[in-house]
Design a protein around this ligand. Structure first.
Ligand SMILES: Cc1cc2nc3c(=O)[nH]c(=O)nc-3n(C[C@H](O)[C@H](O)[C@H](O)COP(=O)(O)OP(=O)(O)OC[C@H]3O[C@@H](n4cnc5c(N)ncnc54)[C@H](O)[C@@H]3O)c2cc1C
Length: 459
């Protein structure tokens, strides 16, 4: 940004909330992906009015603006690939209203997920999406990426909880969408359009969320299988049984190998594991569901089923799942972790297909994920300093995306598209749908200042 622009932006946010210091520019070049590009400046607005002025000014002078929460995007969504300014929403972090009678909360976008959880806990309520990054990521980032988590099969994803939004558009106008009511059939649903728009359509300045009473009873179980097919069929049968587990995680053979011995995890040689959690508002309710699940899994030839009888035993079962990341990370200096998602009936096809693809490219990998909603995380380990391994990993990822879409799946169940998956949008979305997305982008942001270069929307 030149001196005139700099003075104008400082005039809006103040000296203290503007920086073009090289250290800040380097820090804001990154998110949690492998992508990087430096912005020319960072801004920390504190109000909708400041954002309105920043965007009106940026539109007029065609300055690229990248909104940012905690920067935990795994897809490069928060990386300012066209430079310009970073709009860090971290100072807009107030929970404005918790209204239990209406089961809703109003908050600013910079609220950290874990802080919202802490605020809701005394009321016995929660906001269920629960991404694994919950200790640091922001609700604004969750809304912008339609974040999800381990409880998606039963509780859905962020989009299922957003009732309304306040958004500053690229030209500085303020738009309010949605309704305070639990249901509404009024007009186009612009709220759902904005959820998952990754900062390309507007800057979210206020969020109205639906919240839920938190179940008070939980049962945890682990089922071991000698065959991946049996585990896959078990998942399908559970989903037909009338019970929807709050957690239904699958671990493939390689995940089991890497976690064996990790953090005291003891496991026999098996081909697949399912981690199951059922919940309810009484112990009887949670146990009844777990018994049903066990019945189904026995029918599908589970060779061993462990059910926790205490919180300590539950923790030990969870350790199996939670240890995968750290154990796999030791195999190579870096990894790519995808979040491909298929209809539940195609999970075993996807697991077998991923094994064949990555095996052909001769790289270490594990596959685990949320079997209950068809969302798998293939994680391929490689050394980025080795061009040959980097090339192989890129080919493998492209083939996995192709396979996923051929199985009727989606490129991303929770992380979003960002930069990383933009080249593959055509695998999932036909040319007419892509043209409609680009037309919507042009309508909201005619000068393409908002998060340019993302989601294959340019052009
Ligand atoms: C260890 C780890 C675990 C993870 N686990 C999960 C998981 O289980 N599930 C999951 O879904 N994701 C997961 N993620 C990815 C990431 O945490 C989510 O995408 C999260 O929603 C991003 O939130 P953030 O505040 O960090 O947003 P950022 O990374 O800062 O931004 C993400 C996108 O949102 C846009 N954005 C942010 N705030 C606003 C706003 N106010 N208005 C408009 N646009 C905005 C940005 O421009 C960008 O496009 C994980 C990441 C890490 C590092």
């Amino acid at each position: 940004v030149n001196e005139t622009f700099k003075r104008a932006l400082i005039g809006i946010v103040g000296e203290a909330n503007f920086s073009d210091d090289i250290l800040d520019r380097v820090c804001y070049a990154y998110d949690a992906s492998d992508h990087a590009h430096r912005p020319e400046a960072a801004l920390w607005p504190v109000s909708r009015e400041q954002i309105t002025q920043i965007l009106a000014f940026s539109s007029e002078h065609r300055i690229p603006v990248t909104p940012r929460g905690a920067g935990t995007s795994l897809t490069g969504a928060a990386v300012p690939v066209h430079g310009g300014v970073i709009l860090d929403l971290c100072l807009m972090n107030q929970i404005l209203d918790i209204r239990i009678a209406d089961r809703r909360v109003v908050l600013q976008p910079g609220v950290i997920y874990a802080d919202l959880e802490r605020a809701l806990a005394p009321h016995g309520f929660f906001f269920p999406p629960d991404p694994a990054s919950s200790s640091v990521c922001t609700i604004g980032g969750n809304v912008a990426t339609n974040a999800g988590g381990i409880r998606g099969a039963k509780y859905g994803v962020t989009r299922d909880y957003v009732l309304g939004l306040e958004v500053v558009l690229a030209d500085g106008r303020v738009m309010r969408t949605g309704s305070y009511c639990i249901k509404s059939s009024s007009g186009y649903d612009l709220t759902r359009l904005l959820v998952g728009s990754e900062g390309t359509l507007g800057v979210i300045t206020e969020i109205l969320l639906r919240i839920q009473p938190r179940p008070t009873a939980v049962q945890t179980g682990l089922a071991l299988f000698d065959s991946l097919q049996d585990a896959g069929q078990g998942v399908i049968a559970i989903m037909h049984s009338g019970v929807v587990p709050s957690v239904l995680e699958i671990l493939d053979e390689r995940s089991i190998q890497v976690v064996r011995g990790e953090n005291g995890v003891s496991l026999p040689e098996v081909k697949a594991i399912l981690l199951v959690e059922t919940d309810g508002f009484t112990e009887t309710e949670a146990s009844f569901q777990m018994e049903k699940v066990i019945e189904v899994l026995k029918k599908h030839r589970a060779v061993e089923i462990r059910v926790a009888r205490s919180p300590q035993e539950a923790e030990a079962l969870w350790r199996v799942r939670r240890s995968i990341g750290s154990a796999a990370a030791r195999l190579r200096p870096s990894n790519v972790s995808e979040d491909v998602t298929v209809p539940i009936s195609r999970i075993t096809d996807l697991l077998a297909g991923i094994a064949a693809i990555v095996g052909r490219h001769d790289l270490p990998f594990v596959v685990f994920g949320h079997a209950g909603d068809g969302n798998l995380h293939p994680r391929i380990m490689y050394d980025p300093a080795d061009p040959d391994q980097t090339r192989r990993v890129q080919h493998a990822v492209g083939e996995i995306f192709r396979l996923t879409c051929d199985l009727g799946g989606t490129l991303t169940g929770e992380h979003g598209i960002g930069l990383a998956k933009a080249p593959y949008m055509g695998y999932e979305h036909d040319p007419v749908e892509m043209e409609m997305m680009r037309a919507i982008k042009r309508l909201f942001d005619p000068h393409h200042i908002l998060n340019r270069g993302k989601m294959a929307l340019d052009g």
